[in-house]
Each structure stands twice: as C-alpha cells, then as structure tokens.
Design a binder for this molecule. Structure first.
Ligand SMILES: Cc1cc2nc3c(=O)[nH]c(=O)nc-3n(C[C@H](O)[C@H](O)[C@H](O)COP(=O)(O)O)c2cc1C
Length: 170
C-alpha cells in the first residue's frame, strides 16, 4: 500500500505530530503541503492540518479539496481541548472537505498558540469577543506545552493502529 503523510503547519506543532507518525511508518512518504505530490498516487493519505477559525487551515483545505476517492487518516492540532465540542466541530468541518474519501480514523491534540496571536488578543479592548478572559488565558496556558512527548507517543501508536485498520479494509 502506498502511503503519504501530508502536513500543513504554520508554527511547527502539526509538523511535530507528522514526524511522530513518520517515525512509525518509515515506508510512508512525508511532505509539507506546499510540496505535496498528486494525491491520486496514494492508497492512504495521513492528512495533517492546524485548526484555523474552526476548520482546517487554508493550505490544508486547498490540498484536501484535490483528494478524491481514497482512504484518509485525518490528524490535526488546535488550541482548544481536543475533547471539546469545538474540536469535534472543527474535525467535522475538515472531514467535509473530502466528501469522496473514506476516513479511516482521526487524531487531534492540543498545540501551543502562536505568541504573535496571543499578543494581538492581549491588546484588544475588553469588550472585544476575542479579548482575553480567565478561561481563555487558562486555555492558552494549557496549550502552551503541547504537543508534548505524550501527544507524540499517542500519535505514533494511533498511526500504527490506523495503518493496520487500513490494511484490513483495503
Ligand atoms: C490565525 C489562527 C487561528 C486559530 N484558530 C483556532 C481555532 O479556531 N480553534 C482552535 O482551537 N485553535 C485555533 N488556533 C490555534 C492553532 O490551531 C494551534 O496553535 C495549532 O497547534 C497551530 O499549529 P501549527 O503549529 O502546526 O501551525 C488558531 C491559531 C491561529 C494562528
């Protein structure tokens, strides 16, 4: 089975997860989305994105929209808790970008938020919807250490299980 790992990452969090996946799948090919090959060449694509405004980021989105009729394993990082409703909604929106594909499985974990974005939000007036509040500051703090070793370990294990699952269905 021909397998690719395609990753879109702005600040490196999702790239870390892609590398953890690649470590366990040495026969797969790893590409940044900017240099990704034609998706038609692959039986299984591990597609990595970062969550931008509740869906896959623009570069991942653009590539995902070219993927037709293959098997996909979606992985992503986001600032929010991966068990939150926001994370589930973001994943659903990302999955909607590949309607012709069979999604074998998915993996999400938290990723530190770009300090430039935090700085921008800290300068917003108090009445702005994105202005910092106690809950938001806690989320930034929680995210700041991710992806950590445990996230990478979980991603590696997930990749192995997902490949096995794909092998048994293909
Ligand atoms: C412009 C921008 C928009 C973002 N939007 C969201 C969002 O809607 N939900 C969320 O949970 N995290 C959001 N984040 C946080 C990123 O998804 C998170 O930090 C991610 O790990 C970044 O991945 P990367 O390092 O691979 O670029 C946003 C970050 C930026 C910079």
């Amino acid at each position: 089975m021909k397998v690719s790992i395609i990753v879109s990452s702005k600040t490196g969090n999702t790239r870390k997860i892609a590398e953890a996946i690649y470590k366990e799948l040495p026969d797969a090919e790893l590409y940044n989305v900017e240099n990704a090959p034609e998706p038609t060449e692959y039986d299984l694509i591990f597609m990595g994105f970062w969550v931008d405004k509740g869906t896959a980021d623009a570069k991942a989105k653009e590539y995902m929209q070219t993927i037709k009729s293959t098997h996909i394993a979606l992985f992503g990082t986001l600032g929010a808790d991966p068990d939150s409703q926001h994370a589930q909604d973001s994943l659903k929106k990302a999955a909607m970008l590949v309607p012709d594909c069979q999604i074998i499985d998915h993996f999400l974990c938290q990723g530190a938020i770009d300090p430039a974005l935090i700085k921008w939000m800290c300068e917003l007036p108090d009445n702005h919807p994105h202005a910092p509040n106690a809950e938001r500051r806690k989320r930034w703090q929680d995210a700041s250490t991710h992806p950590d070793m445990s996230d990478c370990h979980n991603a590696s294990n997930w990749a192995v299980a997902t490949l096995e699952k794909a092998n048994s269905t293909l």
